[in-house]
Design a protein. Structure first.
Length: 279
């Protein structure tokens, strides 16, 4: 197996986005987010995503030159309108703004609307940890999971990530979706003509399946932990979509398909606070 130097890969991927009209700093941010996912072993959110990200840029469903607006809505809360920026660009800026505010208030909450797929949620957690802060990041997502007891996709896999600095030891970093199987794994399995494990998905008729194409063609993944995962997916949708004024439930577009659909709003909400007890 051949390996690629991560610095060279970051530069190469950033150059692709620059060629599409993305400013160099933003191009490096998107590239860094994708490559970091590969380095952490989360290949479903790594450079595998580059063709789709570029296609959305070509079709105008991502704004390479966004005019991002940030409004302070309360003492410790901000609302960001990302003007349909790349998710990594919006997410990194939101975490930075949240960290700045948290240094003054002890805790901060930043919600984002009009953004795009933001990649690996742990990327923003590591950003908070690098500033010696605890952080949380979560997002809603396009329909992939049914409500509890249902058989049709409605809520997203909607990841939740948390990070706590470790002082002299390694930090605590949690990044998990509400499904046992990430959606990117489904597309990877289909590409490599592989099956997915049993008990994780239903086909379009509500029957259990191990065929990834059954998922892609109208099927649905199942949440981890049964009703618990389903409830957490609903919570992520409320916090990441309803509260931020973004799309939610069945109206969030799929980042891997529907390129001609309305501008997607896979929205993240980011929280950062001091590691010491909050006042």
């Amino acid at each position: 197996m051949k390996t690629v130097n991560d610095k060279i890969l970051r530069t190469f991927v950033a150059a692709l986005f620059e060629a599409g009209g993305v400013p160099s700093e933003d191009a490096l941010t998107v590239s860094d987010c994708l490559v970091e996912a590969n380095l952490r072993g989360v290949d479903t959110h790594g450079v595998f995503r580059v063709p789709g990200y570029l296609e959305r840029l070509r079709q105008g469903t991502v704004n390479p030159l966004p005019s991002i607006q940030v409004t302070r809505t309360a003492h410790a809360t901000l609302l960001m309108d990302a003007d349909n920026a790349y998710g990594a660009v919006a997410g990194k800026l939101a975490m930075a703004k949240g960290m700045d505010l948290a240094r003054k208030t002890g805790v901060a909450l930043v919600s984002i609307k009009h953004s795009n797929h933001y990649g690996m949620a742990a990327y923003y957690i590591l950003q908070a940890i690098s500033g010696n802060m605890a952080g949380m990041a979560f997002t809603n997502a396009s329909p992939a999971l049914p409500p509890w007891g249902g058989s049709q996709p409605f809520f997203g896999t909607s990841p939740l990530a948390v990070g706590i600095p470790g002082g002299k030891t390694v930090p605590f970093v949690l990044d998990m979706a509400m499904a046992v199987l990430a959606r990117g794994n489904v597309y990877a399995a289909a590409k490599h003509h592989e099956q997915i494990p049993p008990g994780l998905a239903l086909d379009k008729d509500g029957n259990p399946t191990t065929n990834p194409h059954d998922l892609i063609n109208g099927g649905t993944m199942l949440p981890f932990g049964g009703v618990k995962g389903a409830a957490l997916s609903m919570l992520m949708d409320i916090l990441g979509g309803v509260f931020s004024g973004a799309n939610f439930a069945g109206t969030v577009a799929n980042p891997l398909s529907n390129l001609s659909a309305l501008r997607m709003s896979a929205i993240c909400s980011l929280f950062s606070g001091r590691t010491s007890p909050c006042p």
